[in-house]
Each structure stands twice: as C-alpha cells, then as structure tokens.
Design a protein around this ligand. Structure first.
Ligand SMILES: Cc1ncc(C[n+]2csc(CCOP(=O)(O)OP(=O)(O)O)c2C)c(N)n1
Ligand SMILES: [Mg+2]
Length: 372
C-alpha cells in the first residue's frame, strides 16, 4: 500500500472524501461545534493581537489544525492527562478548560489559567489535567511519566501527548517511544505533521518523511491518515485511546495536516518563500471545518439557522472572554520563587529523613570493589 505522506495526499493518493456515514450524529455535531469554536477563538485573537499589543506573549495559532483537538475533546475524560506543545490552544480547549482563563492568560492577568505568568506556549491547567510546554518535545517525557503513574496505580486512565513532526527530531521522543512500548504504557502519541518546523520543510530535516514506519519498528501500533478529515482522525484516536485504556499499550497516530498562518503570531510569513502557493491552496481548499460542513449540509444535519445560532453563541462566549480578561487585574510581582520552586518537598524530606535514620554511608564504602 502507498504510504500516506504530504506528497501522496496532494497527488490525490489514498484519501477518499470525508464521509459521516455510520457515525453517531451527536459525535458529528460535537466535532463540528468544537472545530467551529476553536477556529472562531483563534481568528478573534488574531484580530485583537495587533495593533492593540495587549497580549504580551508569542502565540502559535492552530488555524487549519482543528481536527485533532476536536476528536480528543470527545475521547478524553476529565481525569485523563493531555500534554500539549507550543501550539496549545486546541489542546487546552480539548480538555474543556475555560475560555475565560485562556484569554486571561494571554493578557497576562491574574485570572489566567496560570495566573498570567505562563502565556500561550506554557498554557496549563492542572485541574483540567492539561499541560503545555515551550520546550520542543519536553512534555513528551512528562506524558510518559504520567502514563507510568497511571499504570503503577492500576487506574483506567490514559495519557495523551500531542506534538508536531519536528518534535520527533529530539532524542527524548525516541526514548519515550521505546520506553512506552517496552512497558506497554497507557499512552497515545499524536503527531500533527504539518510538514514544517518554523520555515524548514520536513524532507530537509529528515531523510524519509514517513515517521510512522520508523516508530512501528519499536513495536507500537501506528495510524497514518489525512488529518483534515476529522472523522478519520476521531476514528484513529478512538482506537488508540481505547487500546491504551484497556491495557493494550501505546499507539502512534500521525495526522497529515497544515497550518494556515505563519509559524508564530497573526502575521503571515509566506514572504519568506518557504511554502508554495499551490500547496497552501490545496490545504485551505481541504479545510477541516469545510469538509465536515459539506458532509453535514448534504445530509441535512446542518441548516443555515442552526449554523447562525451556533455562531452567535460562540461569538458571545468570545466577547465575554475578552471582557473578562481585559478587566482582570495584573498579577502581583511577588512570589516568583514559589512559582518556580516547591516550597515543600514532602517526598524529598521523607527520603532524607529515612536516609539519615538508616545511617546512610555517603562514601558508600561497601561498594568499593576489590581487592584484586
Ligand atoms: C528544544 C527546543 N528547540 C527549539 C525550539 C524552537 N522552536 C519552537 S517551535 C519550533 C518548530 C516546531 O515544529 P513542529 O514540532 O513541527 O510543530 P509546529 O510548529 O509545526 O506545529 C522550534 C524549532 C524550542 N522551542 N525548543
Ligand atoms: Mg511542524
């Protein structure tokens, strides 16, 4: 079978048109609603970013990449863990963390998800079990730890880690893949392969662009698919999440997709000439929202009225989140230490106590080998 890659998809490869046949209608509606809400949220933030310049953090927008978070929003429970990367807003909303706290965070306010001190890239909400991270692939290692904890405690939860294809160029990615496979961890790796790491195409950085094939060599189940078809994405992630939840071990899901905006910020960067217009045209004309919308309209699932009502409801929520953020106070400058360092370390204290109580020999004389 032809491997799915960006090139084969563009050449009309093994992809068929999106179909909602056989899919539960509530699922279809919920996927549409989520993608619409996320898209509207990102577009509103882009409009407000300049010239007001009140959001003082870099933002990596995810317009065009709505399908993965939409599917996850239906598949994960409140107790499951979700780890994101720098392009974080979709993942944050996928765990049903509140929009108000997202906007508060972007505006650097005390009411933000992280008290206004993390911004977009490190956006996290422990109560919702969603964690971002600006260090490329850094959260992948933490997701492995969470999965290990779930397994050790015999819980029926899953840990999911989402990242771009460039994260697979970091050493920790392969350690994570190997360890997850060897331990059969309840972990799902989701790679949103949008072909670029900033301005650099995948084939200039990786000799082969089929990451799934390399991952499969470690014994993980892999899924490769057209990532703008939210139904396919939902199906693959459903299978992967269920497998993890039922002790069948980790999976790797690679979705081929595309970011419409520049790498960072609302302004485009196509003036740099790293992507060609035909490529952009292909992906924008295969918009994840439009593909689903078309299938829903054809089957009478989406009328002008339901669409207008949804739009109005989402716009109200967005305007409310802006008002909330802008009238919230800035955080106090005190207390930075307690944000970066734990003020209490119960485990470390206990270990130190136990070590002292046992008369720990720090020279470890008993380990000295010999005599020979
Ligand atoms: C360890 C590390 N190296 C480099 C960077 C700078 N950096 C931020 S985003 C990015 C590109 C990431 O590309 P990808 O993982 O494919 O995600 P995408 O931006 O395409 O969604 C790089 C190199 C970083 N944040 N961390
Ligand atoms: Mg990328």
């Amino acid at each position: 079978m032809t491997a799915i890659t960006h090139a084969t998809i563009r050449e009309g490869g093994p992809y068929r048109a999106l179909s909602i046949q056989g899919v539960d209608l509530e699922t279809v509606r919920a996927l549409y609603r989520f993608m619409h809400r996320l898209r509207a949220c990102e577009e509103a933030l882009m409009r407000e970013y300049h010239p007001a310049d009140e959001m003082r953090c870099p933002i990596h927008f995810c317009v065009g990449q709505e399908a993965v978070p939409a599917a996850l929003s239906l598949l994960l429970t409140g107790e499951d863990y979700l780890f994101s990367h720098h392009r974080s807003h979709g993942y944050y909303l996928a765990k049903h963390a509140p929009m108000r706290a997202l906007f508060g965070e972007l505006y650097g306010r005390e009411t933000g998800a992280n008290g206004g001190k993390a911004g977009s890239q490190d956006l996290s909400m422990p109560a919702a079990r969603v964690f971002g991270g600006a260090i490329l692939a850094g959260a992948i290692g933490i997701a492995v730890g969470a999965a290990f904890g779930i397994q050790a405690q015999g819980q029926k939860l899953v840990s999911v880690t989402g990242f771009g294809e460039a994260a697979t160029e970091e050493g920790i990615f392969w350690e994570a893949i190997n360890y997850a496979s060897v331990r059969k961890l309840p972990l799902v790796f989701v790679c949103e392969n949008n072909r670029y790491s900033m301005f650099s195409p995948q084939l200039k950085r990786q000799p082969a662009d089929d990451i799934s094939r390399r991952v499969a060599a470690f014994g993980l189940k892999t899924h490769t698919l057209f990532g703008n078809d939210v139904i396919l994405v939902h199906r693959a992630l459903h299978e992967a999440v269920e497998a993890a939840r039922h002790g069948e071990g980790p999976s790797f899901v690679e979705t081929y997709t595309y970011r419409w905006n520049g790498h960072v910020g609302p302004e485009g960067d196509d003036n740099l000439g790293y992507r060609d217009a035909a490529e952009m045209e292909f992906w924008t004309s295969n918009c994840p929202l439009a593909l689903l919308e078309q299938a829903m309209t054809e089957t009478g699932l989406l009328t002008d009225e339901t669409q207008a009502a949804l739009r109005a409801e989402i716009d109200d929520e967005i305007q409310d989140a802006f008002r909330f953020a802008k009238r919230s106070p800035f955080p106090q400058s005190a207390g930075w230490n307690s944000l970066n360092y734990a003020t209490e370390t119960p485990l470390a204290d206990r270990l130190l106590y136990e070590i002292e109580a046992q008369g720990f020999d720090q020279n470890q004389g008993y380990l000295v080998p010999g005599p020979y």
